[in-house]
Every structure is written in C-alpha cells, then in structure tokens.
Design a protein around this ligand. Structure first.
Ligand code: 13P
Length: 253
C-alpha cells in the first residue's frame, strides 16, 4: 500500500540555527517513529545540518525544494541533483507553483528535473494545481491533467511508481483559504483515475497524492480522512513545531 506522508516545505524561511531548533523541537515530540513518513523540505544551505539531525530517526526524511534541470555546468547559483544526493536529500520538490509562476519553469524543464532526480535515486514530489480563474470556470481537472501529461506521463510505469504527487491549488497556497475536504478528494480521485488510465489501476493505487494549500492543525484531520488524500505538503504551518507536530499526528491509519 502507498505510504502516508506529511512534508513541511519551509520555502525561503529559517536560518541555520532557527532551522535546527525547529527540527529538534519536532523530533523531541516523537518518542516513537510517526505512523507514516515525515519529510522536511528545507533551503539548500540547511540540508546537510538538518540531515544530520534526522539521520538516526526512522520515519523522518530530508528533501530539497528544487533542483536544476541540467546535470552540471556553467549555471551560476544553481544546484544539481548530484549535489542534493551528496548531502543526503532523499526527496526533491519539483514544479511548485511558486517556481512555475516566479521563475517561469516550463513543463519541459520540469520533466527534465523529474528524469534527473529519478536517475540519481531521489524521489520527486511533483506539484500540480490550478489557479483560481481556472477553478471558477470549472476546468480544474483538465488543467491539472495537462500538467501531469506534460511533465510526468513520459515516465515508464516503474519510474512513475517512484513519484509522489502533491496537489496544491494555487488559490489555497498561503491564502488561508483551504480546499474543502470534498474538493481535495474530488481532485485526488480524478488524478488517480488519470494514473489508472495512463498506467494501470494497480500503479494508481501505489502513488501517494498529497494535498497542499493552507493545510493546518485544524483542517488536517478532515483532509487526511479522505480516501485518496495520502498526506500533506505543508507551508506556513510547518514553521511552528507544535502545529507541524499536530499535523503529523493527524496522519490517517
Ligand atoms: P501554505 O501551507 O503556506 O499554504 O503553503 C502550501 C505550499 O505551498 C506547500 O508547498
């Protein structure tokens, strides 16, 4: 069965000392490994230090928030998947709406990032999600289907089974406006149907689909009860140890 995952995406927040303190505070709240998997997606300069804190802790893992779509070379300021793997990252977020919007990342670039991550043994957390105008026209399912077709559906079935998908409606990110549990379930079920058609029903059942967008300790239990919601990608609420820990405890059994 697919794993349940709660991932904290810190975005561009936390210095080294602040980040280490936050991770220590979360870890201190768990004597036993969490029911599912907890992932910290931290800024590049913090990866190694946070990884060291997580290394002896089963159930906790390390992610980067982005990678470059080329293997290496003259790309000043960029970070390659090999570098991420070399400092212990196991996951990498690809195609976050902030990257698509502010950095104009294209479907094709995202497909190349997915390929590179998989080739180096990193698990892509591939983000998709529609802006408000698309939802208002009721075109949200076809919009997100296009994102998957353009950047994921070239993968072999074996490679697809190594991907985590995160559905993050753009209108819910950082706005305090969460998708309702029904809206999340509708989209997650639609995504699973797309996966079943492109690959197989069995593969569709194996791929975790996380929800992201103003997920917090209050709404997580409801969202996580939905049968096709396999966890959350948490922004703002992952920056506070108490709240993030409460979201981890809301994981569905
Ligand atoms: P918020 O939880 O702050 O809305 O952010 C969601 C997100 O973008 C996680 O990747």
């Amino acid at each position: 069965m697919r794993p349940f995952i709660v991932a904290g995406n810190w975005k561009m927040n936390k210095t080294l000392e602040e980040g280490k303190a936050l991770v220590r505070e979360v870890l201190a709240r768990f004597d036993q490994p969490p029911y599912g998997l907890v992932v910290f997606a931290v800024p590049f300069p913090l990866l190694q230090a946070v990884g060291a804190l997580l290394s002896e802790r089963p159930g906790f893992s390390l992610a980067a928030q982005n990678c470059h779509h080329e293997e290496k070379g003259a790309y000043t300021g960029e970070v390659s998947v090999d570098m991420l793997a070399s400092v212990g990252a196991k996951y990498v977020i690809i195609g976050h709406s902030e990257r698509r919007q502010y950095f104009r990342e294209s479907h094709e670039q995202l497909a190349r990032k997915v390929n590179l991550a998989l080739s180096r043994g990193l698990t892509p957390i591939f983000c998709c999600g529609e802006p408000l105008s698309v939802r208002e026209r009721n075109n949200h399912v076809s919009y997100v289907a296009r994102q998957l077709r353009a950047s994921l559906f070239h993968l072999s079935e074996a490679d697809m089974c190594r991907v985590v998908i995160a559905y993050e409606p753009v209108w819910a990110i950082g706005t305090g406006k969460t998708a309702t549990a029904d809206q999340a379930q509708e989209m997650h079920a639609a995504l699973r149907t797309l996966l079943a058609r492109r690959y197989s029903p069995n593969t569709a059942q194996l791929i975790p689909i996380l929800y992201g967008g103003s997920c917090n300790a209050q709404n997580a239990p409801d969202l996580f009860q939905q049968p096709d919601v396999d966890g959350g990608l948490i922004g703002g609420a992952s920056l506070k140890a108490e709240e993030f820990s409460a979201i981890i405890r809301a994981m569905r059994f």
